[in-house]
Design a protein around this ligand. Structure first.
Ligand code: CP
Length: 354
């Protein structure tokens, strides 16, 4: 699974060296060369973002973090827009429901001055039986530079990437990966905690069905954090071979040592069998209740990708604590997706102050 992102050769990279908006403190835009996400040289490299490994480890993730900081500054301007992707078109191809990811990709594209082509399965020719391949080729034929794909099948964005010339971004595929969620999670955790090196990230809940858990584990460990997965045995994958994480079934035991408590949504739509006796028993063992949150250190943070099942994996009062980063995650999601679209499409475009 997971095609490696396409690279261009060094000469081409040098020839196409690009500029990015950097925070100037005065509302303007300063030009800075983009470091190659993989080898540190200047210029474009990434063609698709299908999984965290496409970023080539810590250096690539750090590059997204650096760009995110610049685009957050853009987002705070009176007119939060730069012309970086003027003339480019970004299509969103969502076969599964979404609020945060879809809206933030579309907002990100607009803030970069790209055009948006929005596709809704529920009122499209998919309902007449059109295949994923034919749908992707149809969209590409209209002239798009990037396609943002969400699908309930693991690997669907990888298939699309094999059919089209456009860049493809995985916006969540089945139980597999959700790379931009992990990037915004890392950015947000670092905003609160500083360096993630040596930090203890505890990911709690429905790991088995969670693309977020997989991408987060890869991204957090790439940045030097240690990850512990906490779940009942039925909500863990059959094999965790190769997963760089410890496993626990006792949330109360690990909470005092956590820097980040990351709660996963109970994905009832993906459960085809009874994996837990009841939601009430799940909450009793694995929910971050008010009483259980008191086991956390005062400086630890609470994260959730949304949408939340308040009262199931997280108590409503805990979701609204100052230690909760849930709103920050959404806010940072726009800037992270600007960074990703910029890395994929932004090569060689002039950055002009708006
Ligand atoms: N976190 C996340 O992917 O949310 P949406 O399903 O609303 O996009």
């Amino acid at each position: 699974m997971g095609s490696r992102s396409m690279s261009v050769d060094a000469a081409s990279r040098a020839a196409q060296a690009t500029r990015v908006p950097a925070a100037t403190g005065d509302g303007g835009v300063a030009d800075e060369p983009v470091a190659d996400p993989v080898d540190g040289s200047s210029g474009p490299h990434l063609h698709h973002l299908l999984g965290i490994d496409d970023l080539g480890g810590a250096a690539g993730i750090e590059e997204v973090m650096r760009l995110t900081g610049s685009f957050l500054e853009v987002s705070e301007r009176r007119i939060p827009k730069v012309p970086a992707l003027r003339g480019k078109t970004v299509a969103s191809l969502f076969y599964e429901d979404s609020t945060r990811t879809r809206l933030s990709f579309e907002t990100a594209a607009k803030r970069l001055s790209a055009d948006i082509m929005s596709f809704n399965v529920s009122n499209s020719s998919v309902r007449k039986g059109e295949s994923l391949r034919d749908t992707a080729l149809t969209i590409e034929a209209m002239g798009v530079d990037a396609i943002v794909v969400r699908h309930s099948s693991s690997g669907a964005p990888h298939r699309v990437a094999g059919w089209v010339e456009a860049s493809v971004v995985n916006a969540g595929d089945g139980w597999h990966e959700h790379p931009t969620q992990a990037l915004l999670d890392c950015y947000t955790a670092r905003q609160r905690l500083g360096s993630l090196s040596g930090r203890h990230v505890v990911i709690v809940g429905d790991v088995k069905h969670s693309r977020v858990a997989r991408s987060d584990m890869l991204a957090f460990t790439a940045l030097g954090a240690e990850v512990t997965l906490v779940a009942p045995p039925t909500l863990l994958p059959p094999s965790l071979a190769g997963w760089p994480a410890r496993v626990s079934h006792d949330l109360d035991d690990v909470l005092p040592g956590a820097d980040v408590v990351y709660l996963l949504r109970m994905q009832r739509e993906r459960m085809s069998e009874a994996l837990i006796p009841s939601l009430r028993e799940y909450t009793a063992g694995y929910g971050l209740t008010v009483a259980r949150s008191r086991l956390m250190r005062a400086d630890a943070i609470v994260m959730h990708p949304g949408p939340m099942n308040r009262g199931v994996e997280i108590a409503p009062e805990v979701a609204d604590l100052p230690q909760s980063t849930i709103v920050d995650q959404v806010r940072n999601g726009v800037a992270v997706r600007m960074a990703v679209l910029y890395l994929l499409l932004g090569a060689g475009l002039d950055m002009v102050p708006t």
